[in-house]
Design a protein. Structure first.
Length: 172
């Protein structure tokens, strides 16, 4: 990784560095594995390229550069096209370095519950979309896991209930 030493990045498994054009200039090996790319492929991509909803990126990145810091939840796109929900913390350091740490959100329930309690209408839309992607991804995974059939059936019902609630939130 780049020879930058910033305490905010220490100990993080997933770390990315980007330039002002939103192009990745370095990352940890874990980022490559998480997104399914070789290092040379990641370094040839922009944030837009690995974002599940790329249309939001220019506005969010400009806001991040202006504020010098940003954090929240976001959905990345794996090389196969599948969604990868993350929690991120991004920093613009005094030396001009722009970097972020990611934390994988692996439980669909966390995103679902965050959507249910969101009261800001602007944030609600984004949270519902992230939760729906996570629920749909888990539904695909559960279909292949028939080892513990009673538990699979319960989780499938929970996932259907969650989707129903999320669709209701989208309509309101």
């Amino acid at each position: 990784m780049l020879s930058h030493s910033h305490p905010e990045l220490e100990g993080a498994e997933y770390v990315v560095f980007a330039d002002a054009a939103r192009r990745y200039v370095d990352c940890t090996d874990s980022v490559c594995r998480l997104l399914g790319y070789e290092r040379s492929e990641i370094l040839g991509r922009t944030i837009d390229d690995v974002s599940f909803v790329a249309a939001e990126v220019p506005k969010l990145f400009a806001e991040y550069l202006q504020r010098g810091r940003m954090e929240g939840e976001y959905v990345l796109k794996h090389k196969t096209g599948t969604p990868v929900p993350i929690r991120f913390r991004a920093f613009v350091f005094g030396d001009g370095c722009a970097a972020a740490t990611w934390e994988l959100i692996s439980d669909w329930r966390e995103l679902y519950l965050a959507a249910l309690v969101e009261i800001d209408p602007v944030k609600l839309k984004s949270r519902v979309e992230m939760a729906m992607q996570a629920v749909q991804q888990r539904m695909r995974e559960v279909k292949t896991d028939k080892i513990d059939l009673p538990n699979v059936r319960r989780e499938e019902q929970s996932l259907r209930d969650a989707l129903s609630a999320l669709y209701s939130l989208m309509r309101s």
